[in-house]
Design a protein around this ligand. Structure first.
Ligand SMILES: [Zn+2]
Length: 195
């Protein structure tokens, strides 16, 4: 089966404070029993991640036909990224890219993707964030200003939840993004993707 992921992205975190903020978010998830406190390599495909915690089956109510993610899947860890982050997994399920000036979706226009791929490469390689030209309003906007669905990141802090249900799922009895905001005062964007 293909792997999917839910993602939380902190667009306001900087290169300098991403690691500290990231640890505070991990601490919040541990304190609520959403993840185990010690990372391991057995729950993610590469590197290390945090295994699902003891309270998840209480915080989330499964539908009748829904997979019991955390009990049935091996690759279901939580992986934190505190360096230049792009959600590459958004591209296979890309839905829209709305210009911040004219509000027109440009995702059907190949030239938009040429611009976006250039931005991704410039950010990953050099830490810079170029503009993308909009052919409709003939303006240029930072690629961080475009509303991409799903959110592609281009940020310094993100948390990937591999094979977790989407944060928009009605099964959640507690909003994880809201819990994190309450505990850490950070506002996170939600995103998703597929491998
Ligand atoms: Zn435009």
């Amino acid at each position: 089966m293909s792997e999917s992921l839910a993602v939380l992205i902190d667009h306001a975190a900087t290169k300098e404070d991403a690691a500290t903020i990231g640890q505070s978010i991990i601490d919040a998830l541990v304190s609520e029993g959403c993840i185990l406190p010690t990372p391991s390599s057995s729950c993610v495909l590469t590197g290390e991640g945090y295994s699902p915690g003891p309270r998840l089956n209480e915080i989330y109510s499964f539908g009748d036909t829904e997979l019991r993610y955390w009990d049935m899947l091996t690759n279901c860890g939580v992986k934190i990224h505190t360096e230049r982050y792009v959600n590459f997994w958004a591209f296979p399920v890309f839905e829209a890219a709305v210009c911040p000036g004219c509000n027109v979706d440009q995702s059907k226009d190949d030239s938009f993707f040429d611009g976006l791929y250039e931005c991704v490469a410039a950010f990953i390689n050099d830490g810079v964030v170029p503009d993308i030209h909009c052919p409709v309003c003939d303006q240029r906007y930072s690629c961080r200003q475009w509303k991409c669905i799903p959110d592609v990141g281009i940020a310094y802090l993100a948390i990937e939840f591999w094979n977790w249900p989407p944060f928009s799922s009605s099964g959640w009895n507690m909003s994880l993004p809201e819990m994190i905001t309450t505990q850490t005062s950070r506002t996170l964007a939600t995103s998703w993707g597929r491998m």
